[in-house]
Ligand binder design. Sequence first.
Ligand code: PEP
Length: 251
Amino acid sequence: MRRPFIAGNWKMNTTKAEGVALVKGVAEGNTAGDAVEVAVCAPSVYLDAVATAAAGKVGVGAQNCYHEASGAFTGEISAAMAKDIGCQYVILGHSERRHIFGASNSDVCKKVHAVLAAGLTPIVCVGELLEEREAGKTADVVAEQMYGSLAGVSAEQMNSVVIAYEPVWAIGTGKVATPEQAEEVHAGIRALMTAKYGEAISESVRIQYGGSVKPDNAAELLSQPNIDGALVGGASLKADSFLGIIAGATK
Ligand code: PEP
């Protein structure tokens, strides 16, 4: 059994006070208990305050990091720094990092290794553009991102990796993938992992869906056999809607 994992990606939103209030609201309102793993990924400058406010009741993640451990890399944070202030997760290869900031699969891969070495869980995002889907290239694009981003990751390390399938056309657009569209890609991702790591590992890795998940579509998406959670952008910015999605994981 894979435990559902719901993570909020706040992106470049909230003030410090809003972030602290939001994570407290999630912690206080979450009635799912151990049945669902829950985390919020806050802007890096607020991670310390958010992790303190979360008080261990909600997991905390960074939205990115650099692959080097320390040094002259102005503006970057390391995986060890994220760990030092109480993070358990780092989102890597989010489509906004890939398409706005030019992150390549090889960049993502170096970060995956750094995050694993720091003892944190990378949430590795993959997903196709609308034109790639329309050209019938979804499976190829996702396979290239999976193999490129996870190069050199061992079967044992895969136990600490979470995959997020996020079709780029569904992120922040209100256009959610149908449960069937999402399940088809999730099943394909699991088949890739089976081929590379064997069935036992593949069956244990969680694959989140991301892209316009809301309380009213979460339960149906999460009921698909290979959808093990959600990475949530817009709807994670209000405690009520994020809690509604967490509730959808218990149905
Ligand atoms: C995301 O940013 O990872 C995301 C899925 O955003 P949204 O839920 O707003 O589509």
